[in-house]
Design a binder for this molecule. Structure first.
Ligand code: FES
Ligand SMILES: [Fe+2]
Length: 440
């Protein structure tokens, strides 16, 4: 069990909090590129409790700035994008890409007041459909040489979804390998050929055994957790008979992401990004090692379950997540439909806006969660003590970032005896056949 003080420290993200100060030192997904192409050219973004506005100026440069005009606080998300900046519709003050006020048309001609008015802006960069923001101090760390970043745009599909809960409980479901055998249990196996774009519905590695069957029938995985240069590697082992081991490799990417296998050809890298203390977005990059991603199909699948512009799930706490008693008896463990994202959403949101960890009882299956919380606390101390940010996990230079690879996320079938070497072989084979992974 945890003290209230420690729970607050781990979960709260506002400016000046220990958690907020730590998360601000990393690149965080702020928006999808597709949001900038929608009807509203200045996109409202709330990140770590700060209300911001994101737009692309006439030169094509992305700008992330404060949302409220420093004059009298009007909403810049309704601003006019003009040559050299963004103009507030209320009294016409104009700001350039650095946030500097350059024009106050209602003030006298000789006024120099605009020179002292500057809005806060944050560095942004766009990678494979996601706009990342850095809200911290000093030089931002470099992004590692992960598969999701180096794969070409054709092989990555990005999407996001709103969860009405604190970011940490949202992340923690992703580093808890035991829940997949329960929360995501399917009582019947569907045809794996129908599995495109869905998680846990393919066959297990190169067998013809459906993943749904593996998870259902082998529901007490042995879990191992290893420290890595990006965070934690989590290995779940299931002996499935005939001298076969099912090895599932998932990862915690410090501080707020996971990389997990989705199907035999795709992985998911998913960030859990705080909007504020009680809401978060998951941002995912689905990366294909095989064929180019069918983005249209994957987007349509997800838009059936989400409404725009907020990317809010259609199944949510206001409609009991579509819970159906018959379905719970005959088809799914939760009775909440076939989309496993909804199961995870229910698990996280049902804990309350911020999980009360003073009342939890962690078991052996929670070892990655325990280790990750320790790492977070240690890193918060580094930031609080004003030590060099380079002492933080994943706070790397471009040179170091180029050595941080993967992370390997795969479902493999190996022998029981030799699993430790053989899962690596399965990954190597996949990379050898991958058209964009030049290193193999
Ligand atoms: S409130 Fe923006 S110009 Fe007046
Ligand atoms: Fe899950």
């Amino acid at each position: 069990m945890m003290s209230q003080e420690k729970n607050d420290e781990l979960s709260r993200v506002g400016a000046g909090t220990a958690g907020g100060n730590l998360l601000r030192q990393y690149w965080l997904p702020a928006a999808l590129t597709e949001e900038l192409e929608a009807d509203r050219p200045v996109v409202p973004v709330t990140l770590l409790g700060e209300r911001l506005a994101l737009y692309r100026n006439n030169e094509g440069q992305l700008v992330l700035t404060e949302r409220h005009c420093p004059h009298r606080g009007a909403d810049m998300c309704f601003g006019r994008i003009e040559d050299g900046g963004l103009r507030c519709p209320f009294h016409g003050w104009k700001f350039d890409e650095t946030g500097q006020c350059t024009n106050q048309p209602a003030e006298p001609d000789e006024s120099k007041m605009h020179k002292s008015i500057k809005m806060k802006t944050y560095p942004v960069q766009e990678v494979n459909g996601i706009v990342f923001a850095f809200m911290g101090e000093g030089e931002p760390p470099a992004l590692p040489d992960f598969d999701c970043f180096k794969a070409p745009d054709t092989h990555v599909f990005s999407f996001k979804g709103l969860w009405e809960c604190n970011w940490l409980q949202a992340l923690e479901v992703g580093i808890d390998p035991a829940h997949a055998s329960y929360l995501h249990r399917f009582l019947q196996d569907e045809d794996p050929r129908e599995s495109y774009g869905k998680q846990f519905r393919d066959t297990a590695a190169d067998t013809d055994i459906p993943m749904t069957k593996v998870l259902r029938e082998f529901d007490r995985p042995e879990i191992r957790v290893e420290e890595t240069d990006y965070g934690l590697r989590i290995i779940s082992l299931r002996e499935i008979g005939d001298d076969k081991m099912h090895v599932r490799l998932t990862n915690q990417v410090f501080p707020c992401a996971i990389t997990i296998p989705m199907s035999s050809e795709m992985t998911i890298t998913q960030w859990h990004v705080p909007i504020d203390d009680e809401n978060c977005y998951w941002f995912s990059m689905f990366t294909s090692f095989g064929k180019p991603v069918d983005k249209q199909k994957m987007r349509e699948q997800r838009l059936k379950e989400h409404t725009l512009p907020d990317y809010a799930p259609t199944r949510n706490k206001r409609n009991n997540y579509g819970y159906n008693r018959e379905e719970q008896q005959n088809l799914t463990w939760t009775g909440m439909g076939l989309d496993i994202n909804v199961h995870d959403q229910w698990a996280c949101e049902s804990m309350g806006a911020i999980q009360d960890r003073t009342n939890e009882h962690l078991g052996t299956t929670d070892k990655a969660i325990i280790q990750h919380r320790r790492k977070l606390q240690k890193a918060m101390k580094v930031v609080a003590s004003g030590q060099d940010f380079n002492a933080l996990p994943m706070y790397v230079s471009a040179e170091q970032a180029a050595t941080i690879k993967g992370p390997i996320a795969i479902d493999a079938i190996t022998s029981v005896e030799n699993w430790e070497n053989q899962w690596q072989d399965s990954d190597a084979i996949r990379r050898k056949e991958c058209e964009w992974d030049a290193e193999f």
